[in-house]
Design a protein around this ligand. Structure first.
Ligand code: IPD
Length: 275
């Protein structure tokens, strides 16, 4: 088995185990353990326990790998493999009992995201991908929708935890809404990208994603046939992520520009913006 496939299999096994922990944690009384960028950007004890389990399992199996997680300190490795982990993407949904959250595990080899698993532990759905080998949902190949007309496109998006950023995002979405089929804000960027991968959304656009929100699900969307990019051919990153099938991407990109998605310079973001 190739290294990439081995990493994907390990990611899927560990994501399943962490998902079971998360679902078990949901039946207990949930409290916010901490807040991050704003009072609404929460961490529960279950986020922390999930990340600890994932880190322990991955680094026991592969002790020389690096690790970057949403809730803990980074570990640098020596193997050339680095794991990028979101222990619960969609923490606010998790807190409110909305079944739209996921455990996300990606492996970068020499800096390139090469293997990925995104698992919704409530529905049981497991999305996986290996770079160059397509994307799967529960072992079956998936692909993006055939939508080529923005007016017929169902577009997922999400909003920052910062009130100031949200004001800008609301204005951009208000300009986009009349020219697409509709907008969805489901609360997990990773599952939104997997929804593009499986044709449940035609496109997805969001500013402010962190590497752990994007790494695993971005590969899954790309392997399902989506273009996953920023504005004007830039790499997808914290500044902007746009994901859509190749027949839709360019037309949607035009609409995003006219809706103001390209207008807000990075330097004006509160708390900085890294890519
Ligand atoms: C958040 C979710 C949300 C998106 C935010 C993310 P978290 O991740 O993915 O849908 O709009 O940008 O920060 O905080 O639940 O891990």
């Amino acid at each position: 088995m190739s290294l990439a496939r081995e990493l994907m299999s390990l990611a899927a096994v560990v994501a399943t185990e962490a998902g079971a922990l998360v679902v078990a944690g949901k039946s207990e009384t949930l409290e916010v353990a901490a807040t991050k960028s704003s009072r609404t950007d929460v961490v529960t004890a279950v986020d922390v326990a999930s990340e600890q389990l994932i880190r322990r399992r991955l680094l026991t199996a592969r002790p020389c790998d690096g690790f970057v997680g949403e809730e803990g300190d980074d570990i640098s490795g020596s193997s050339g493999v680095e794991w990028v982990v979101d222990p619960i993407d969609g923490t606010v949904n998790f807190l409110y009992g909305i079944a739209q959250f996921a455990v996300c595990i990606a492996a970068r080899i020499e800096g390139v995201v090469t293997a990925a698993a995104v698992h919704n532990p409530v529905t049981g759905e497991m999305f996986t991908a290996v770079k160059g080998q397509g994307a799967l949902s529960d072992g079956r190949p998936i692909s993006v929708s055939e939508c080529v007309e923005p007016a017929l496109a169902l577009v997922g998006t999400g909003f920052s935890y910062s009130a100031e950023v949200r004001e800008h995002q609301a204005a951009e979405v208000a300009r986009l809404l009349p020219v697409v089929r509709d907008i969805r804000r489901m609360g997990s960027a990773a599952l939104d990208l997997c929804a593009v991968a499986s044709g449940r959304l035609d496109a997805y656009v969001e500013r402010g994603l962190k590497p752990w929100d994007l790494a695993a699900a971005g590969l899954i969307a790309a392997e399902a046939g989506a273009r996953v990019e920023g504005m004007h051919g830039a790499a997808a990153g914290e500044r902007l992520v746009v994901a859509a099938g190749p027949g839709l991407f360019d037309l949607l990109h035009e609409l995003l520009i006219s809706s103001g998605f390209a207008d807000w310079p990075l330097t004006q973001w509160p708390n900085g913006c890294r890519s």
